[in-house]
Design a binder for this molecule. Sequence first.
Ligand code: PAF
Length: 282
Amino acid sequence: MQLISEILDLREIRRTWQNSAKVIAFVPTMGNLHQGHLNLVREAKKQADIVVVSIFVNPMQFGPDEDLDAYPRTLASDSRLLEDLGVDVLFMPQASDIYARGLEQQTFVEVPGLSYMICGASRPGHFRGVATIVCKLFNMVQPNLAFFGEKDFQQLQVIKAMVTDLSMNLKVFGVATTRDDDGLAMSSRNQYLKDKERKLAPTLYKKMQQLATEINSGRRDFITLTQEYKLQLAKLGFNPDYLEIRNVENLLQPGHEDRHLVLLAAAFLGKTRLIDNLQIRL
Ligand code: PAF
């Protein structure tokens, strides 16, 4: 595996692949890799000849009161895991190179609508930061395929919309959420959970499954239903941020004719914000 931190070096190696018919897959990450990330890499390896992974903790997608400084950085073990999986290139750029003119001056990419709702309403500017860095990384790596976790469902929809809107020449794949044995969706932020919180955390997904069962058995009063479940979560010790039932494609409120829905949730346990989602086919 080649370790690259300079954008120019990445461009150089990318040039050597230019004339080959090889399929290049890209898995952008912020590091602190867990099985969820590794499953993205495994999926990328199945579909491509060359796999590039990036590790970059992107300051532009963190709000002023969020965990940018505390975000776990575990480069040595991440690098070993990727090497073992047979990744070809690990790209680890510096923030000073990525945002060479400073964050204040940075040109940005923003997907309107999708970026402002649900998670975007709770984390203003977050999806602008995600779209901008993913667009920049796509320009650097120039992949044919890119892989993202379905765990960050809204992020995946934002990226797909950006790729369509900007006529980018690559295919975006969503990979199913990887869960611990007790059902908790894997996330680098799970390690912030205290023991008691970790025990309670899988209940978020269990409650979402119960809610989905109610919808499947005919309930359509979505507003009342989500309010009921938010209350239940609060009683259990969560501090729910949102619990929303949306159209799976555009994340708008579903109409009567919509048959493919997604249940999206975010809830705090102590200081840790958990997110999860569950698709429902009627
Ligand atoms: O999902 C993530 O880890 C990040 O949002 C991403 C896509 C790597 C952009 O920084």
